[in-house]
Write a protein that binds this ligand. Structure first.
Ligand SMILES: [Zn+2]
Length: 382
């Protein structure tokens, strides 16, 4: 058997113990102290194999953990960055109703798939390289940010600064589906707020004097904004929230919608931006205000991304595992690094299903494969 794979199987109990520790250290994004505790737990656990520290990220969010692993091999050129996040979408206390448990060949618990198991897998992959004295020709860093689930606003700059100089970025997000497919493309994500200001009036006494913001906004949505969706090109525009008006007998003075956009290519975002900025009121007595834009650039399947995937696929095959690729409309920190032109492979963390849902779980059978694959990849990137 492959030595990495047999190491990973031999150490699986310890790996599961570590995943459990991480899951039981609850860390919702909006509880900064809890997220920081999770970062400190990582720092303590990795102190024997990596040189790391936690650092302040920004107001209102937990601490960031960053480390460089001490790995075998003398000549080091370039850096590989593994990217993860310590925060989850689960509020403090979720553990009471969603205990960590091992059942039906899976590990269950809040944040186990997204992405506490992914963090543990990478830590064990680096331990495997050390124990087996497999030389690594790059520096290997791990960056774990505290606010991915709310858009990485505070951590983005650090992620980009570290990634910029790297040979490759490995994102420890879960793979797609129960096959654990890697992610080689992610859509860019943005949000627009369209506010209409009309003229209020009594709907019975002064109807003609009013200019309804609600009617104007409805037309903007149905005749313009909804039409920006272009499924053939993977562009989706969703006016997901709408609000406006005060009472049924008042002609509404104000109404607004918040629109989610997803685009596969950077140029789609530029085109959408023009369309949103070109919106004009149908009723001249109303005015429109448009704010917002792209928050995460798309992770496009560049040659660098495709080459990295092929490398991973080859290593997986040597381990007897089929690694496929997928694309998704959901974002990750991989969007930022890929947009900088740094070869990025995403979705190579844990295999399972139910991220952000009550059935969130990780397949035990895939744990050792993933440890071996991550180790192979880190040692094999040229
Ligand atoms: Zn995640």
């Amino acid at each position: 058997m492959d030595p990495l794979l047999s190491w990973a199987r031999k150490n699986q109990h310890a790996l599961i113990r570590f995943i459990r520790e991480l899951v039981e250290c609850e860390s919702p994004t909006d509880s900064p102290d809890a997220v920081s505790r999770c970062a400190e737990l990582l720092a303590d656990s990795l102190s024997g194999v990596a040189d790391g520290r936690t650092l302040a990220t920004g107001p209102g969010v937990g601490r960031t953990y960053v480390c460089e692993f001490s790995l075998p091999g003398h000549r080091k050129s370039g850096t590989i960055l593994a990217l993860g996040h310590s925060d989850t979408v689960w509020p403090l206390g979720t553990l009471r109703s969603m205990k960590f448990r091992r059942r039906d060949g899976r590990l269950w618990g809040p944040g186990v798939l997204d992405m506490k198991a992914g963090l543990a897998l990478f830590a064990f992959a680096m331990r495997a390289l050390r124990d087996l004295e497999i030389p690594v020709s790059h520096k290997v860093k791990l960056l774990v940010n505290p606010d991915e689930e709310t858009g990485s606003n505070a951590s983005r700059a650090t992620t980009e600064r570290l990634a910029k100089k790297c040979r490759a970025v490995l994102v420890l997000e879960p793979g797609t589906g129960l096959e654990g497919k890697a992610k080689t493309a992610r859509k860019g994500i943005g949000s627009y707020r369209v506010t209409v200001r009309g003229v209020a009036a009594h709907s019975g006494v002064d109807f003609e004097k009013g200019a309804s913001a609600v009617v104007e906004l409805s037309r903007q949505i149905s005749e313009r904004i909804a039409g920006f969706t272009d499924l053939g090109h993977g562009i989706t525009v969703n006016p997901g929230v709408i609000s406006g008006g005060t009472r049924s007998n008042v002609i509404a003075a104000e109404a607004e919608t918040v629109v989610d956009i997803r685009v596969p290519r950077a140029r789609d975002a530029v085109a959408l931006e023009k369309k949103f900025r070109a919106l004009r009121p149908f009723d001249k007595r109303c005015s429109l205000e448009v704010t917002g834009g792209l928050n995460r650039p798309p992770m496009e399947r560049s040659k660098g991304v495709a080459d990295l995937f092929q490398l991973a696929r080859g290593f997986a095959a040597e381990l007897g595992v089929t690694l496929e690729e997928s694309s998704t409309g959901g974002g990750s920190d991989g969007n930022f690094t890929a947009a900088l032109g740094v070869p990025t492979l995403d979705g190579i963390g844990a295999v399972g299903e139910g991220a952000h849902a009550a059935h969130e779980s990780v397949l035990v059978d895939c744990l050792a494969d993933r440890v071996a694959l991550l180790a192979r990849l880190v040692a094999g990137i040229g």
